[in-house]
Ligand binder design. Sequence first.
Ligand code: ZN
Length: 197
Amino acid sequence: MTLRRIAQLGEPVLRKAARPLAVDELGTREMQRLVSDMIDTMRDADGAGLAAPQIYESVQIAVIELRENPRYPDVPSIPLRVLINPKVTPLVAFEAGVLAAQDAIQVYEGCLSVAGLRGMVRRPRKVRVNALDMEGNPQEFSCEGFPAAVVQHELDHLHGILYVDRADPRSLAFLREYERYVPPNGRVVDGGAQNSG
Ligand code: ZN
């Protein structure tokens, strides 16, 4: 197991657009090692996802996984996915940045590259993802609710965007204050979840 150092807010690599990978770069030993290091680093840090720029590799790879996660109790699990050159398409009306309440999910996001901070971000609650897998095969899936927010957060990293760019600045809170003042039922608010309590 190899843990990589996680770049922190202010590192220029976090602000660069990552390079897409060519199909013949996939399946190489270096690429397999990089993905394996990303998975180890994400799991060790209890992250729900990790993008390659976060470990100083400016290429378009993201991994996501949500098992029992102390950082996000009471949210659905997400099986491990390795996304190469991913693209995300909202599956709700999202024109000119306008998002109706029932089409939005609001999550107090955190980021392994912005240690100790949380902030509320509003995003489309349902998206389609197109990407390549480790063998270069196309994969397509859609997700909604919390997993959709996780995917969009990770894919933003590949374009040099951090969640703090999208967060309501007045919602920003350090972890201790977040835990003290943001009630559990205000941490993930899914406008499309009709019957959730
Ligand atoms: Zn992040």
